[in-house]
Write a new protein. Sequence first.
Length: 718
Amino acid sequence: MFSGGKTMVVTANSEDTVKSLHERIHVMTGIPVFEQRLIYHGKQLQWEQSLADCHIENDAGLQLVGRMRSTDHPQTWQVMDDLVSLISSLCRGETVHSPTQSIKGCLDKFFTIAHKDNSKVASADLQIFMVSSAPAALVMLYISPIDGNKQCANSSIRDFLTSCRMDLPKELHSYCAPIALEFCKLLRKVVNEDSLYAWCRSTLSVLLESVSSSMGLMRAKVKGFTVQEIFPFFNELVSHLSEELDSSLYSTTSEGPSSSHFREFVAFLNPLRSAIIEQVESRIPISIDYHPLYRDEIRNLHIIFDKLLHKMKNCLIRVEEILVARGSNGDEFVHSGWSQYLSILKELNGISKLYQGAEEKFWMVLRNMKASLCALIIRFSRRDDDNQWLLEHKDVTDFESRRHLVMMMFPEVKDDYEELHEMLIDRSQLLAESFEYIARVDPESLHAGLFMEFKNEEATGPGVLREWFLLVCQAIFNPENALFLPCAYDRRRFFPNPGISLYSGASVCLLMYFLLYAASRMDPLHLEYFSFAGRVIALALMHKVQVGIVFDRVFFLQLAGMDISLEDIREADPCLYSSCKKILEMDAEFIDSDALGLTFVREVEELGSRTVVELCAGGKSIVVNSRNRQEYVNLLIRDRFSTSTSEQVDYFSQGFGHILSNSRLQKIFFQSLELEDLDRMLYGSESPICVDDWKAHTEYNGYKESDPQITWFWEVWT
């Protein structure tokens, strides 16, 4: 029923949306959708609701009211009226002088008004463009059979959307995106994905991307959008990617998935995923039997996930087949058609977190295709990519790929001499002068790389820098300097010196450290040396120099921000490990008899003074028994290895983080590696050098492989 008393009959299904009902009324009455309001039982119906959601029954009566045209923006309305009138004249075949320039003049006036207004008023200008039927008029001009009209509309639509994207401030993009969506919807109905439609869809994706980046993915709600409206465009892009993935399977000359199609795919996926997460709230991971508002879209996105994951599995199988066929030279045949594989897998990983069982399914595929994945990581992952998802499961990567990923957390070493941080070191003052050059400078000055020279020596270059790293690390980790101590069972492994002697009540073990200098955690200068040590180790890794030392497992876990277990301290403190192991394995009756006389305390000695430290509140009065001995051991380990060296580890971590491109990645760097990985990066492999492999990967600068000097060199090694 119209508000004026007239009635009309509209048939619809209970599952139809309110917006679809508005669109039918538009067809029947000509009233623009944006000017309609439907009232039922005194409440205005919302576009995204279904008729069932609104409890509308058969033969229900709804009231249709129209919104009065705004009088707050008379200039904008006048420009839109002029534009629509001009387009109507062109569609009727009337003669218009310079039609393209005339339409451009109207659009220029529109943007002149929008630029003069503040953002709030300009957003109203953009909404007026929508409700004035200007998009529909321009599309009508585009499909007009009259000569010249299509070209005129094509350039006008492109100019308008380009100005929206490039000239208006980003906060207005959420108002521009619905206009781009309207153009896409209208064109989709009348053309079969021609160049203008594809361009408009691409522009819409850019605007969606802009809204997501400026507002945050989870807060990005584009005004005037529904999930149902953008899902068809998302489906189109899935089809494009699927076809391009199939093409990359069978042709080594195929360019594979298009980067533009993939970018659009992600731009449409983000608001879809955001809307689904908001709708289901705490029900993630979702059971696909769950029926929220977006039940069809949730089910369809799950189907798309399965479809693309299956295609990616086939692609990874093909990659592995090619690598196996090419043998050791397989890397040379990693072709550009595979370049988007990792990016597609990243998005599938994000989708998998939405559905029950999908995440396990996703990682199982990658686990089975480990060789292919690792080859793609080394060949195609870049510094400016988000690679952290690849480090979530270390069992799908190998050492080479993990090393490649963490090395990209460092800045790229520059070749330009002028950008390098120069050092002139006196060998007799190696540690002190190195400290001044490295610890006292802005970390940014170290990011380009180092240029090293010893005083009164002519040699320079990579060899001298490598020697400096070796010498300075030997000095830093020399136990006589009181910063780090070697493990009892493996003198290559070091951990921060807690600077204490340890007694543990009446426990079996007594561990005492004798220091030649003041305890490291007591001296502020020594703490600065831990920061210096962190910078040096990070720089050595950045320059790919092996320095001949490795970290104890406990120290490695501390740098990764991970908990320390009893098994982790085996090498760092074999005596304490043995004592704790015996306490845990003792007969329950014996330990409950208090024969050990243990309480929740720890005795420490600092520079000759013995102090009792409670492991927990009231620890002196808590007797260790069979029920609490596990907690006692855990607290003892935490106090001995975490609390007593927390400052040293914090300073080392800060120094290490200073060298990374982003200091916040410091813990992630170590979490991404196995201890054995870091061993190989800092110390190298203990397996003998393969000369054939060395020759295969040698580059000659100024020489040819057949030159006598090169032949003699390899003869020496063989």
